[in-house]
Design a protein around this ligand. Structure first.
Ligand SMILES: NC(=O)C1=CN([C@@H]2O[C@H](COP(=O)(O)OP(=O)(O)OC[C@H]3O[C@@H](n4cnc5c(N)ncnc54)[C@H](O)[C@@H]3O)[C@@H](O)[C@H]2O)[C@@H](O)CC1
Ligand SMILES: Nc1ncnc2c1ncn2[C@@H]1O[C@H](COP(=O)(O)OP(=O)(O)O)[C@@H](O)[C@H]1O
Ligand SMILES: [K+]
Length: 505
């Protein structure tokens, strides 16, 4: 699904109003109803809602929500900040529509900011996607007071003060929402770790924006939903055999880190690969043969670390490498040799990334349109350098992918998949139970298996990252966040693939 910029959202509004022959006030009413529906599911009418409205359409939404909640027997108090004479037309129309019982109070100076009860329910309707500069003056003061009040804050569309699709200037005051309820589509800002404390949990409510506009609009930012990945899944043919699903080679493991090889290998096998050969340092032979009997095990001449490549390397369809391998000089040489000679698609993780990151020569040798990197943020930083903020990091992601014509899965809560054409796909599955050692090795195994099955690199990343997170979400139901391990993800991979095979209702 596409992520739109604030400017594109404005265009979508205008297009929708034309196409559906409705007024912008009708669209605001839809938005307010959609928000109110979400709110009713979350909060009881016994909770008094304190609604803070700015002078634009976000404030207009706040006023409409106040009316709708009042009709549904919620107690509401409305506060208006800003010059209402200059307010948007739809704001003014919603002021007119307020019932007598809901009379807004104006906040014109600091002393007008209300003292909130200890556990207050606040609706933030100060600014949405129209925010064009940092909050100052009374807005800033109000937001600071709301943030320190301990209130449970729900933001309409955007946390006020946060820019929708670009870096908010450093030091700006921004609402720290517990929940953000956004219209039609999530906003780019929601996917960046630096915004966690502002956005809180985000939710999307549909408001019937024009499908035609959204499908035609040009963007290079996407978020991945089940609908997007489900059609990617390849069917297994009745008369197929193991030779049809790829032979993967994995170069993983080191002394004390054979577990990484086991996890990657198991995940690879649980992701549909036809055959798996894994090469480990010789100390790992018994471990691998015992823990992963389905895989064929080759041993490196070195006992403790990777130092050599298999002889008949050409026969494999994909090579996955990195988990647990370390950065010993012979390992660096072997990786260099592989890059120089191999024509395989390569899935490069962990220390294999670190080895390449440390050498400009190796970076130059990267074959085009053959490589997937799966770094966590630290490994990514080693590869491309330090970024000042998450937007700069995303920019580096695109540039790196374009320069090297490769795919990168920049891992995190919303893993960002960068593609050779400079597109970015944010993942929407997964949970913080997955923040534990070895879950990245599992992802390497999954993506390696998918590339082995002839998914193209971009599809393998998008699908692999999605199914990895889905396995985590399924594991969450049985083991919870705290007790979750990487092995739990592997155990839930079959179910995750099965979920994707079921038609959506
Ligand atoms: N399709 C949608 O997403 C819909 C959006 N609607 C609402 O409309 C909002 C966007 O409304 P607007 O474009 O009117 O924008 P906002 O309500 O976000 O605010 C813009 C107004 O505030 C001013 N302003 C911007 N930054 C300021 C600052 N730092 N200090 C003081 N004033 C500032 C602007 O000059 C403008 O007058 C959305 O976020 C959403 O809540 C709905 O009403 C209808 C449908
Ligand atoms: N808070 C989180 N929410 C969702 N997914 C997460 C979270 N934390 C980590 N993950 C996922 O877990 C994996 C961790 O990978 P990585 O850091 O490489 O671990 P390791 O090297 O120990 O295997 C990544 O796929 C990442 O997206
Ligand atoms: K808001």
């Amino acid at each position: 699904m596409k992520l739109l910029t604030a400017a594109q959202i404005r265009e979508a509004d205008a297009f929708t109003v034309q196409e559906q022959n409705i007024s912008s006030l009708d669209l605001m009413e839809r938005a307010a109803k959609a928000f109110t529906g979400w709110f009713e599911n979350k909060f009881q009418p016994s909770e008094e809602a304190f609604i803070f409205c700015g002078p634009g359409n976000n404030g207009g939404d706040g006023l409409a929500v106040a009316r709708l909640l009042h009709e549904r027997k919620y107690k509401v108090q409305v506060f208006i900040v800003g010059d209402t004479a200059k307010a948007s037309e739809d704001f003014k129309a919603n002021m007119e529509r307020l019932p007598d019982e809901v009379q807004p109070q104006k906040i014109e100076e600091e002393k007008d900011i209300p003292e909130l009860p200890l556990i207050a329910c606040v609706i933030d309707a100060l600014f949405g996607t129209g925010l064009s500069r940092p909050l100052t003056g009374l807005y800033e003061e109000l937001v600071e007071q709301l943030n320190s009040s301990g209130a449970c804050i729900t933001s309409i569309d955007m946390p006020s003060g946060l820019y929708t699709d670009s870096q908010t200037p450093e030091g700006s005051t921004i609402i720290q929402a517990d929940n953000t309820v956004s219209f039609q589509l999530p906003k780019q800002a929601f996917f960046l770790p630096q915004h966690e404390e502002y956005v809180g949990e985000w939710h999307v409510v549909p408001i019937g924006l024009s499908e035609q506009f959204i499908s035609g609009v040009d963007t290079d930012m996407f978020f991945t939903t089940r609908r997007d990945v489900q059609h990617l899944l390849k069917r297994r043919r009745k008369f197929s055999h193991k030779g049809n699903y790829g032979h993967a080679l994995m170069l993983c493991g080191g002394y004390g880190k054979m577990g990484a090889a086991v996890l990657a290998a198991r995940a690879c096998l649980r992701s549909g690969v036809g055959l798996l050969t894994i090469q480990v340092p010789s100390a790992g032979y018994t471990v691998l043969q015992t823990a992963v009997p389905e895989a064929m095990t080759l041993t490196d001449p070195n006992r403790k670390h990777l130092s050599d490549l298999p002889e008949d390397i050409d026969k494999y369809d994909v090579i996955g490498m990195g988990p647990g391998i370390g950065t010993a000089p012979p390992t660096k040489t072997a990786i260099g040799q592989l890059l120089a000679t191999s024509s395989h698609p390569l899935v490069i993780d962990a220390d294999a990334i670190n080895i390449i990151a440390s050498s400009d020569r190796l970076k130059e040798q990267l074959p085009k349109n053959k490589v997937i990197f799966t770094p966590h943020p630290k490994e990514f930083e080693r590869l491309v350098g330090k970024a000042k903020n998450d937007y700069e990091r995303l920019q580096r992601l695109r540039e790196f992918c374009q320069e090297h014509q490769c795919c990168v899965t920049l891992k995190g809560s919303h893993t960002a998949v960068g593609t050779p054409s400079g597109k970015v796909y944010f993942n929407t599955t997964g949970n913080s139970g997955m923040a534990t050692g070895g879950t990245g090795d599992v992802l390497t195994g999954i993506i390696t298996a998918l590339v082995g099955q002839q998914y193209d690199l971009e599809e393998a990343c998008i699908l692999g990252v999605y199914v990895h997170g889905l396995a985590g979400d399924l594991a969450l139901r049985t083991v919870g966040e705290i007790g979750m391990t990487a092995s739990d993800l592997i155990d839930h991979l079959p179910k995750a693939f099965m979920c994707l095979q079921q038609p959506m209702s």
